[in-house]
Each structure stands twice: as C-alpha cells, then as structure tokens.
Design a protein around this ligand. Structure first.
Ligand SMILES: Nc1nc2c(ncn2[C@@H]2O[C@H](COP(=O)(O)OP(=O)(O)O)[C@@H](O)[C@H]2O)c(=O)[nH]1
Ligand SMILES: [Mg+2]
Length: 240
C-alpha cells in the first residue's frame, strides 16, 4: 500500500543516546512538582497498555510486560484507571508516570466515560477508580477530551498512532520506512484534521508486541514520542 519517499518526511535522530539520556535524567524544573502524569486514552485494543510496556522496555533495555495487554478479545484488560511508575536501576522512579485507562468504546457495555477522563485530567480520579459506562462515538469522544484538555489551563495533548506495522506493509518490511511512508503520512494528516491536533504532535509507533528483545529501530520511534510528551509536560509546568 502506498509508496516511500526517498527521504524521511520527518527526520529521526541518528542514534538514541541523546533522547534516552534526556528522558532518563528528566526531572521537573519546577521544584514544587515531583513528576509528570501522562494520561493515555483511546479505543480498546489501540495499544495503550502495549505503549506503556514499550516505554518501560526501552528504558530497561529488555522487553517487559507489566501493563497487561489483551490479545484475546476486544475487551479491555485495563478495567481500572491504573498508575504505572517505572523504576530506575537506582531504585528511584522516573519522573513521569503513566495513567492507563480503559478504552473509549461506542457500545454501552465497555469503555471509559469521557466525563471520567475529564475528571482524571483535573486530577480528581483516585487510582483503581472504576470507570463508568458510555455511549457515543469514539472520535467524538476523543475530540471532547481534547477540547476539555485544552480548556483546562492548556493541558498538552499528543497523539500516538500505533500498529504502524499492521497499517503499512512497507513499515512491516522495514521499520525504518515508517517516516518515509506516503500512506502513514496521509494517516497523520487525516488524524490531524479530524481531531484538530497539529501534525507535529502526532507520532507513529510500533509497540513491542511480538519481539523478545528491544532494538534501536523500534526504540527510536518510541523515544521520539516519549521525549515530546516529557517536553510538553515540562512546558506546561513552566507556565503554571
Ligand atoms: N502488530 C502490532 N500489534 C500491536 C501493537 N501495539 C499493540 N499491539 C497488539 O494489540 C493488542 C491490543 O493491545 P493493548 O495494548 O492491550 O491495547 P489497549 O486496549 O489499548 O491497552 C495486543 O494484542 C497487542 O499485542 C503494534 O504496534 N503492532
Ligand atoms: Mg489496555
């Protein structure tokens, strides 16, 4: 499907050292704040839990599987709002936490309510809080959440498009083709238009779902996204 640009339409760093060093050593400048909280929301099966695992895998240099992923059914394994902290070798935690949420479903029985995500954005959701149910359509919900987030003192919002290997055969063939893919570029443009998120806030990622070892080519995609999440969080704290 599609074709490849001869040069990447988005430049990736030549190696991962600088980004890795950056996220590993990151601490909020604002001394009143101990950590950033990154809330992950999206459709069930989108790869949210896998993304958190993938970040942990990059940081630990080996594939981990702590945030439970669900390969067997459409239902979300993440039925609660759960905080993931990643431990450093020193025993301390990285200064960014992830909050994994249940998916935004369009049927009545599954999924997190948009209002619950709004509460989470305001910091009112306790960990292990059971989320309630919902109706509407997923895209509309994502849009609602985005609007709510931007109204709330400019909480930054990024989007991660996962499963690039399934979306684009050329990316599956060679993961270095991701940011050369015409098809994936179009997906980013489409997503940007639908959700009103700038293209440079949308990242393409392949999660560690089948690999048993980490590798630089997958790491680079995850690290570029993670670094920007941390940057945006830091900018947000600067403006408080
Ligand atoms: N091929 C591929 N599969 C993925 C990727 N990310 C997640 N998956 C698979 O998609 C399924 C759902 O992922 P999960 O993380 O549980 O989704 P969640 O419901 O959003 O938390 C699992 O079977 C994962 O192994 C990816 O980047 N590529
Ligand atoms: Mg999950």
């Amino acid at each position: 499907m599609g074709w490849l640009f001869s040069k990447p339409w988005r430049t990736m760093p030549k190696n991962n050292e600088e980004n890795l060093e950056f996220v590993k050593s990151y601490q909020p400048q604002n001394k009143d704040v101990k950590h950033l909280r990154i809330l992950i929301h999206g459709q069930t099966g989108a790869g949210k839990s896998s993304f958190i695992n993938s970040v942990e895998s990059v940081l630990k240099g080996r594939v981990t599987n702590r945030a439970l992923t669900d390969a067997t059914s459409g239902r979300s394994f993440t039925e609660e709002y759960t905080t993931y902290k990643i431990q450093k070798e020193s025993g301390n935690f990285y200064s960014f936490f992830f909050n994994d949420t249940m998916g935004l479903e369009n049927d009545n029985d599954n999924g997190i309510h948009v209002e619950d995500i709004k509460l989470a954005l305001k910091g009112h959701v306790k960990e292990g809080y059971q989320v309630s149910l919902l109706t509407d359509e997923v895209i509309k919900k994502m849009r609602d959440i985005r609007l709510a987030a931007s109204k709330m003192t400019e909480i930054p919002h990024l989007a991660v498009l996962t499963k690039v290997d399934l979306a684009c055969p050329k990316a599956k063939q060679n993961i270095n083709n991701v940011y050369k893919s015409d098809y994936l570029k179009k997906q980013v443009e489409k997503f940007s238009e639908t959700l009103g998120i700038p293209e440079n806030c949308i990242f393409l990622v392949k999660n560690y779902n089948s690999e048993i070892e980490t590798n630089d080519d997958i790491n680079v995609l995850i690290l570029v996204a993670l670094r920007q999440m941390v940057n945006f969080g830091e900018d947000f704290l600067d403006n408080l």
